[in-house]
Write a protein that binds this ligand. Structure first.
Ligand SMILES: Nc1nc2c(c(=O)[nH]1)N[C@H]1C(S)=C(S)[C@@H](COP(=O)(O)OP(=O)(O)OC[C@H]3O[C@@H](n4cnc5c(=O)[nH]c(N)nc54)[C@H](O)[C@@H]3O)O[C@H]1N2
Ligand SMILES: Nc1nc2c(c(=O)[nH]1)N[C@H]1C(S)=C(S)[C@@H](COP(=O)(O)OP(=O)(O)OC[C@H]3O[C@@H](n4cnc5c(=O)[nH]c(N)nc54)[C@H](O)[C@@H]3O)O[C@H]1N2
Ligand SMILES: [Mo]
Length: 553
């Protein structure tokens, strides 16, 4: 989900992982890098050892804050104000890279006009960050070159996630930190192959390599290659399929490698929507909470049981090799999908192996044009890699942006969809633990990881806990406008006053019954980082039942 498009291209890291360690300044905003991307966390530490500066912008006191030169502790949902405030100061103090702005960018005057609203005093009110600290961060970022920006779900999982990303792109352009080594706008992608899945057109609007389904030329090219009639109408995203009450209901879903009963917002509604379907097929490596609702479950082979490629967060296409046989009747995902297509009478699904599929990808996808199994036998290649001779691309936008000029985006501050009020006075934000992976289908099967983290913990600031009469380790009831559950409280200053935090790793504490399905209007990403909740201590008889045997599914 990290790949929201910027004003100069598709959602991918512009630069490479190994460049981060050479940066003079890193702005890590809305990313818990050392926990969610530990390998990239090592690069951040390398930059610090080399004298690089680190600015962290995060409402919670994550471990990165302790390494930071400056920690901007802003309120959840206030990133547009924070970033525009930084840019207000950079422009005011003349610290912008005017030559870069004039040569490489456009729409600057319109952007400047919108910047007027972000006087540091206003930004201080909205974000809670003192104007003087904001100024220090602005000066540090603008004067330490090269500077790079890392961001993830703290930025994107908002109803204004697209605006947040545009604000980041504005800051990179304003300071000339794009199209050069160790700079850039870098969404650290979450899953091992989410970059590859997006590159391959697992999105409702594009074919592989971000070729638009609405583009007549692209449509014709794929129709000819596949011998099939293709629709030029963009489809719907998963959240729109499940959430949108005004759209025509979907009757059947073929779901591959997702567990939305636990991972999508407003989980009670998700479960109902799936139960209403006429037909649900789930293809997974385990019998998940979602698979249990399916009419047909197709057992898939895991990463270690099949051949293929993964494209990682730095656009690097890498080989994956089968090392063990898959158990029972499970098969590689590509093979299962081809069998279904063939039985439905489709032509062209008779590939013998993933390598044949890779050749077709190269033939139809300009950015993957030069990538073949032969070339990535030892080391992966980074797209764009258009021809067999092309060495691949370490960083994007060197001499020109993919759309020509980088376009500055005028922005306004829009608060999150839900604000705390008398009924639901706290903000719930959700995040990841180092020890578990999303809905824990895999990680809760590992004994050591179960030991390290065995249950959901609601993190709450000591001042809030005291007001509510909650002590550390006590069972609490958490309610939102959508649902309620019980969890164990952890009283800790890591969570700021007014904000509580949970993960979403535990099926017996399904955090997403609480979260808000409100979507960003452009990217259609839900507001998983801000929901209004109420927390109450439980009387002893209301204590939650003992957690289900971990990993028992
Ligand atoms: N161990 C582990 N690692 C993982 C995963 C996992 O499940 N477990 N999942 C992977 C996947 S798919 C993804 S997408 C990535 C996600 O990686 P991250 O996005 O780094 O992880 P999160 O914990 O969701 O949230 C990031 C941070 O956003 C902050 N935050 C909350 N609200 C706001 C806000 O309004 N503004 C800002 N600036 N920050 C805010 C939170 O305090 C948190 O520190 O992790 C990947 N890595
Ligand atoms: N509250 C809250 N909710 C969130 C988030 C948040 O920050 N807060 N983050 C969101 C984000 S960024 C993400 S990415 C989603 C993740 O949401 P999901 O993708 O639904 O979560 P996972 O548990 O990773 O589910 C992946 C499934 O794929 C299966 N699987 C693994 N390998 C294979 C394979 O090779 N083939 C097949 N067919 N299946 C396989 C696993 O067993 C698992 O059931 O959660 C989202 N939900
Ligand atoms: Mo993700």
């Amino acid at each position: 989900m990290a790949g929201l498009a910027t004003s100069f291209g598709s959602g991918a890291m512009t630069n490479s992982i190994s460049e981060i360690g050479e940066a003079s300044c890193i702005l890590a905003i809305g990313t818990n890098t050392t926990i969610a991307h530990p390998v990239i966390g090592v690069e951040v530490k390398r930059a610090l050892r080399g004298g690089g500066k680190l600015i962290v912008a995060n409402p919670r006191e994550i471990s990165l804050c302790r390494m930071a030169d400056i920690w901007l502790q802003h309120r959840p949902g206030s990133d547009v104000a924070l970033l525009m405030g930084l840019m207000w100061i950079i422009v005011d103090e003349g610290l912008l890279d005017l030559a870069f702005v004039q040569e490489r960018c456009e729409n600057f005057e319109v952007f400047l006009d919108s910047l007027k609203d972000f006087h540091p005093k206003f930004v201080e009110q909205v974000t809670g960050v003192p104007a003087e600290q904001l100024a220090q961060a602005a000066r540090m970022f603008a004067t330490s070159k090269p500077a790079t920006i890392l961001y993830t779900m703290g930025i994107t999982q908002h109803t204004h996630g697209t605006d947040n990303v545009l604000a980041i792109a504005n800051l990179a352009m304003l300071t000339g930190n794009i199209g050069k080594p160790s700079t850039g706008v870098n969404p650290l992608r979450g899953q091992n192959n989410v970059q590859g899945a997006c590159d391959m057109g697992s999105l409702p609007t594009v074919y592989s390599g971000y070729q638009s389904v609405a583009d007549a030329k692209a449509q014709q090219k794929f129709q000819e290659a596949w011998g099939a009639k293709l629709s030029p109408t963009p489809g719907r995203t998963l959240t729109e399929i499940i959430e949108a009450p005004n759209l025509e209901p979907i009757k059947a879903i073929y779901l591959v490698g997702e567990n939305p009963v636990l991972s999508d917002p407003d989980a009670t509604h998700v479960r109902k929507a799936l139960e209403r379907l006429e037909f649900l097929v789930v293809q997974d490596i385990f019998l998940t909470e979602t698979a249990q609702l399916a009419d047909v479950v197709l057992p898939a082979a895991s990463f270690a049981e099949k051949d293929g490629t993964f494209t990682n967060t730095e656009r690097r296409v890498q080989r994956v090799r089968k090392v063990i046989d898959s158990p029972g009747e499970s098969r590689p995902d590509w093979w299962i999908t081809c069998q279904i297509a063939r039985r439905m009478g489709a032509k062209g699904f008779d590939y013998q192996n993933p390598e044949e599929i890779m050749s077709e990808i190269a033939r139809l996808t300009p950015s993957y044009g030069g990538i073949s199994y032969q070339r990535i036998e030892q080391v992966g290649l980074q797209w764009p890699c258009p021809t067999a001779e092309h060495p691949g691309t370490i960083f994007l936008h060197k001499d020109t942006f993919s759309r020509g000029k980088g376009k500055f985006a005028p922005l306004q501050y829009r608060p999150s969809a839900e604000q705390p009020d008398a009924d639901y006075p706290l903000i719930l934000t959700t995040e990841r633990s180092l020890y578990h992976y999303h809905t824990s289908t895999m990680t809760r099967k590992v004994k050591g990881l179960r030991k390290l983290r065995s249950q959901e913990l609601l993190e709450i600031n000591p001042s809030d806990a005291q007001k509510l009469g909650i002590t550390d380790g006590q069972t609490v009831k958490v309610s939102s406008r959508r649902g309620q559950l019980t969890a164990t409280a952890r009283v800790t200053p890591v969570s700021p006053p007014g904000v509580v935090s949970m993960t979403f790793h535990f099926a017996e504490t399904p955090t997403n019954v609480l979260t808000n399905p409100a979507l960003d209007p452009v990217a259609k990403i839900p507001e998983l980082k801000v929901a209004a909740v109420r927390v109450e201590p439980c009387r002893p008889e209301q204590n939650a039942p003992a957690p289900a045997m971990a990993g028992s599914r």
